[in-house]
Design a binder for this molecule. Structure first.
Ligand code: SF4
Length: 324
């Protein structure tokens, strides 16, 4: 996860809930990708460490357990950079230029100068992040599949030159529910339409009050269609079946108003966020503990990464670390 700001409901539903589930089944490595943040935020790096600590407090709030999963900050495990460098030697530039998100992001983030070597290389850095742990699976959504496919191609090409040293990862596809922001578009920091994980109740309720609804309901007496309402998409994720049935029926028949409907959603959302905020605050009060988690995690991650790199160096016929 890139530490570029505070986490919101989109992160919870799109990643953290799934990560929490996966830690019961697999040996998981989760990291704050500070070098990845630099690929687009290189001109303003002052907030990266603060964001990393803040994000991990949210991870723990959402139920991730540093005892069961490995948490770390990418730049504390320099083997990522070493493998990235070696992968650069064998990666044809057109493979990176054709990554779908590359052109898309340059287009979306026009205010930044992203015509850089670092930004072109970010999918390759992701490949190094995966391959350095010989990962079996990468949990991603549909839109990230091409990145894992690129990683597989690069591993094959590398192995072709140097022997069977890197493991081709598989995709662990996560289907995430639609999560619109307050303006009806996808919830995203760049649209300014998010509801934050650490927001207080008054702020959550206030944002829901002004959230966009089915435009057909101009007046209280106009019936609406929940399928056309972003508020109902949030009901699907956070409300009980009983509330959803009540909202759906009341919307179609104009039996309830949008204010009532949103207020019921707010009750569910607030009670969903409450335990997250509670766990988060426990850690927020102890920032040193979060730092310790990162350092201990970097040690555990570094052992695995170093073992891969020892094999990679040998395969490429480079000297082992610290000798010649
Ligand atoms: S009643 Fe609820 S689902 Fe229907 S338009 Fe209003 S907010 Fe949306």
């Amino acid at each position: 996860m890139r530490p570029t700001g505070k986490l919101h409901l989109g992160h919870l539903v799109g990643a953290l809930q799934n990560w929490t589930h996966l830690q019961d089944v697999y040996d998981c490595f989760y990291f704050v990708a500070d070098w990845h943040a630099l690929t687009s935020h290189y001109a303003d790096t002052g907030e990266i460490v603060g964001n990393a600590l803040d994000n991990v407090a949210d991870w723990i709030g959402a139920g991730l357990d540093p005892e069961r999963s490995v948490f770390f900050v990418q730049s504390l495990v320099p083997e990522h950079a070493e493998l990235y460098l070696l992968l650069q030697m064998v990666t044809p530039i057109p493979w990176l230029e054709r990554v779908p998100t590359y052109k898309e992001q340059i287009e979306q983030l026009r205010e930044k100068e992203l015509n850089t070597y670092g930004f072109l290389g970010y999918p390759l850095l992701q490949s190094a992040d995966i391959l350095v742990y010989r990962a079996d699976f990468v949990p991603v959504g549909e839109d990230q599949k091409p990145h894992v496919e690129l990683t597989r191609e690069i591993a094959r090409r590398f192995n072709n030159f140097y022997g069977n040293v890197l493991t081709e990862p598989d995709v662990k596809l996560t289907r995430t529910p639609k999560l619109p922001g307050t303006d009806g578009r996808k919830m995203s920091k760049s649209y300014g339409n998010t509801i934050g994980l650490a927001e207080d109740e008054a702020s959550v309720r206030g944002k829901l009050k002004t959230m966009m609804t089915d435009p057909a309901r101009k007046r209280r007496t106009d019936p609406g269609d929940p399928a056309k309402c972003p508020v109902f998409d949030l009901h699907k994720v956070f409300s009980t079946e009983k509330t959803r049935a009540w909202a759906s029926e009341g919307c179609r028949t104009a039996g309830i108003g949008c204010i009532e409907c949103k207020s019921a959603l707010a009750d569910h959302l607030v009670s969903h966020l409450e335990p997250i905020a509670k766990r988060r605050h426990e850690y927020e009060r102890r920032p040193d503990d979060v730092r310790d988690i990162f350092v201990a995690g970097a040690g555990r991650a570094g052992e695995v990464a170093e073992s891969t790199m020892a094999d990679v160096r040998e395969a490429v016929k480079l000297p082992p670390m610290g000798s010649l």
